[in-house]
Design a protein around this ligand. Structure first.
Ligand code: HSE
Length: 440
């Protein structure tokens, strides 16, 4: 058997502690599978005294993760601290500079600095593995980087944020408001204390940026992603979608189009019969369309200590076996610059919900504005009130009515222009809601 692979682990939160437990529990089997023992040599965390329920008594302690990253006693630096800059960035750079392999779960860091860090890893001849950064326990990085190497990918789409999927699922199943479901997610520890990152779509965007780069061989460009969160989704939208045969999901989508590669994160209506429509709660799912494989979908836990540790250790095992892969699946010099397709050029069907003043001609005027932009309507529904709202004695015929339309394929530019005209015509109260439909 070869010499041990020596690890230095920075960050002993939920994932870090699970990695220690996993190595402890499956160490013997891992050594057989990898042909050499994997040993935890040193750790770094903020609080040395905290009880984490793990035994690190025989492991060297470093207060400074950068010093750990540079220490000659380790071969692999495992970064589980998180954050796009600060100690995570400094220590990963230091590890690569000193010729250490790096395993990280840090999507924010890679979404911001991945191109540069990949070049550095390549220059130093070391691995930079990041399976745990996208969709927790789902091996989607390995799938794209290795298993699907023989395919030209046309689309990657996924439920990449468990918190959002939990909230949308609960709203639908229990007819609860967005706010109530968010509080519940926070209480159960799914959402961050400041949940903006999850519900605003930014966490999903970081993950999508990495998937796009792997799938299409383009440089990571997180700033080009069109991002819309789930804050504006109401129970009425979920109920109307249900009646019309759809379910609502926050999806991250990267797709090859005639004008470039679209990268979008937004609430999306998916047909109820589609596989992705059935992924509920905190689960994640990623669907990939490849020219030879067709469509496949991977489903699993997108977060949680043990599931994420499973991905981290898979990456460590690759290094132990000597599997050396280009960070983004091809040499950096062959990565193409990312050429964005503007979201206004996006083609697809749309769900539109308008709160319309109930007066003669309003509906005809709205339909005319749609027709002027060449938008054809597949269905149109007028609802007196959302079904979850009880009838009230005070409701009068003059109260705005909900008009819900499903369009056939059109462009985003056409929808936005039509909605601007409709707003100017003065028939609607409040802001129109529109949600993209994805034929998954
Ligand atoms: N906060 C993320 C989610 C998990 O809710 O999916 C870590 O990426």
């Amino acid at each position: 058997m070869q010499s041990s692979l020596r690890l230095g682990l920075a960050g002993l939160g939920t994932v870090g502690a699970s990695v220690v437990r996993l190595l402890d529990r499956h160490g013997k089997d891992l050594a057989l599978r990898c042909g050499r023992p994997i040993v935890l040599r040193a750790v770094s965390a903020r609080d040395r005294t905290r009880d984490r329920g793990i035994d690190i008594g025989n492991v060297n302690w470093f207060q400074d993760p950068v010093k750990l990253a540079m220490d000659p006693s380790i071969d692999v630096f495992v970064e589980l601290m998180g954050g796009a800059s600060g100690p995570a960035e400094e220590s990963v750079r230091a590890a690569l500079e000193t010729g250490k392999h790096v395993v990280t779960a840090n999507k924010a860091l890679l979404a911001r600095h991945g191109n540069e860090l990949a070049r550095l890893a390549e220059k130093k001849g070391v691995s930079l593995n990041f399976e745990a950064a996208v969709a927790g326990g789902i091996p989607i990085i390995k799938t794209l980087r290795e298993a699907l190497a023989g395919n030209r990918v046309s689309r990657v789409a996924g439920i990449l944020n468990g918190t959002c999927n939990y909230i949308l699922t609960r709203m639908e199943q229990e007819q609860l408001s967005f706010g109530a479901c968010l509080s519940e997610a926070q209480r159960l520890g799914y959402a961050e204390a400041d949940p903006t990152f999850d519900i605003g779509g930014f966490d999903a965007a970081h993950k999508l940026a990495l998937l796009t780069s792997l799938a299409f061989g383009t440089e990571i460009d997180v700033d080009s992603i069109y991002v819309e969160g789930i804050q504006s989704i109401t129970l009425s939208d979920i109920e109307a979608a249900d009646e019309l045969g759809y379910r609502l999901k926050l999806l991250g989508i990267a797709e090859r189009t005639e004008t470039g590669i679209e990268q979008r994160v937004h609430p999306t209506l998916v047909p109820k019969a589609s596989a992705i429509a059935r992924i509920d709660g905190v689960l994640n799912a990623v669907s990939v369309d490849g020219d030879f494989v067709g469509r496949l979908m991977l489903v699993g836990p997108g977060a949680g200590g043990d599931a994420t540790a499973s991905s981290v250790v898979g990456d460590i095992a690759d290094i132990a076996r000597g599997t050396a892969l280009d960070v983004m699946g091809r040499p950096s010099e062959h990565m193409e610059p990312y050429r964005p397709a503007g979201v206004r050029a996006h083609k697809g069907g749309y769900y539109v919900r308008l709160s319309v003043h109930d007066r003669p001609g309003a509906l005809a005027s709205i339909a005319t504005r749609m027709a002027e932009r060449g938008i054809s309507l597949e269905s149109i529904v007028q609802r007196k009130r959302a079904p979850h709202q009880a009838a009230t004695a005070t409701q009068s015929p003059a109260d705005p009515q909900s008009i819900i339309m499903i369009t056939y394929e059109t462009t985003e530019a056409a929808i936005r222009e039509a909605l601007d005209r409709i707003r100017e015509d003065g028939h609607v109260a409040g802001e129109p809601q529109f949600i993209r439909i994805e034929p998954l």
